[in-house]
Design a protein around this ligand. Structure first.
Ligand SMILES: Nc1ncnc2c1ncn2[C@@H]1O[C@H](COP(=O)(O)OP(=O)(O)OP(=O)(O)O)[C@@H](O)[C@H]1O
Ligand SMILES: [Mg+2]
Length: 255
């Protein structure tokens, strides 16, 4: 369970990223976070995995207070949290297999990743993770030779290989074309259902938020201004979250 109680994040330059956020995210939930640029979506994700320190309040993941955690506790926390980014963040000049195995090994000695000296078990975990996203046949392809959608699937497999209890995805489909975005969202949803991994996804596109958000959280200026189901999140709700009328840019073209 992820729990935020009156969490505020004030960046060193004085900008408030989160402003008194209260949220409880039960285990296994699939949550979509929406809001205009600057609303605090990425700050929320970064605060949960301890990348951005909270200024006040309390933020716990499975009972562990994130703020004030020791280096060792933070490492343990992060090893249980899979991260997915818009830009995939793969090591492009090495194989898919190496990328996925590196997800399991937070403290791997550098020489092992250089020579690719993986154990049989490490490789098996990687194969299983790649199977989950349907691209096991790309295991020995160089990451730079994959399409964007395939790269994002490898990034999901890499996160899965670390056997996380939580998956945090910051605009995972923002660089993908509409059909590919659908497929990647379906992968995340399937994995959430099959493995009960608590999943938090920041999204730009409202139709995707409605379609996939078991729960939709709307943010504005660092605050939670909507918390409900995808079905409840109609245009009027989104206009309230965005503080403006909706435009064609707010929906995924051709989806
Ligand atoms: N490292 C930082 N230092 C100072 N201010 C920051 C930093 N990162 C974010 N902010 C500010 O905090 C606020 C929330 O930013 P955040 O990146 O969380 O928004 P977002 O909802 O993810 O936006 P986007 O949709 O553009 O990704 C913004 O006002 C932003 O300018
Ligand atoms: Mg962001």
């Amino acid at each position: 369970m992820i729990e935020l109680k009156d969490v505020t994040v004030r960046y060193p330059n004085g900008v408030v990223g989160l402003d008194g956020v209260n949220l409880t995210i039960p285990d296994g939930q699939f949550v979509v976070v929406v809001g205009l640029s600057g609303a605090g979506k990425s700050t929320l994700i970064r605060a949960i995995n301890g990348l951005v320190p909270i200024t006040s309040g309390s933020l716990t993941v499975d009972g562990q207070e994130v703020s004030g955690a020791s280096k060792r506790e933070l490492r343990r926390l992060r090893s249980g949290i899979g991260m997915i980014f818009q830009s995939f963040n793969l090591v492009k000049r090495t194989s898919v297999m190496n990328n996925v195995i590196m997800g399991q090994l937070h403290d791997v000695p550098a020489y092992r990743s250089l020579v690719g000296a993986w154990t049989k078990e490490e490789k098996e975990i990687a194969y299983r993770s790649l199977e989950r996203v349907g691209i096991v046949e790309k295991a020995w392809t160089r990451a730079s030779h994959l399409s964007g959608g395939q790269q994002q699937r490898v990034a999901i497999a890499r996160a899965l290989a670390q056997d996380p209890t939580v998956m945090l995805a910051d605009e995972p489909v923002a660089s993908l074309d509409p059909p590919t975005a659908q497929m990647v969202m379906k992968d995340l949803q399937r994995i959430n259902r099959e493995l009960s991994i608590t999943t938090l996804v920041n999204l730009h596109f409202l139709d995707l938020a409605r379609q996939f958000g078991q729960r939709v959280i709307g943010m504005r200026a660092g605050q939670v201004v909507f918390d409900g189901t995808g079905a409840e999140a109609d245009d009027a709700v989104f206009e309230q979250i965005y503080g403006r009328s909706l435009t064609a840019d707010d929906v995924l073209p051709g989806a």
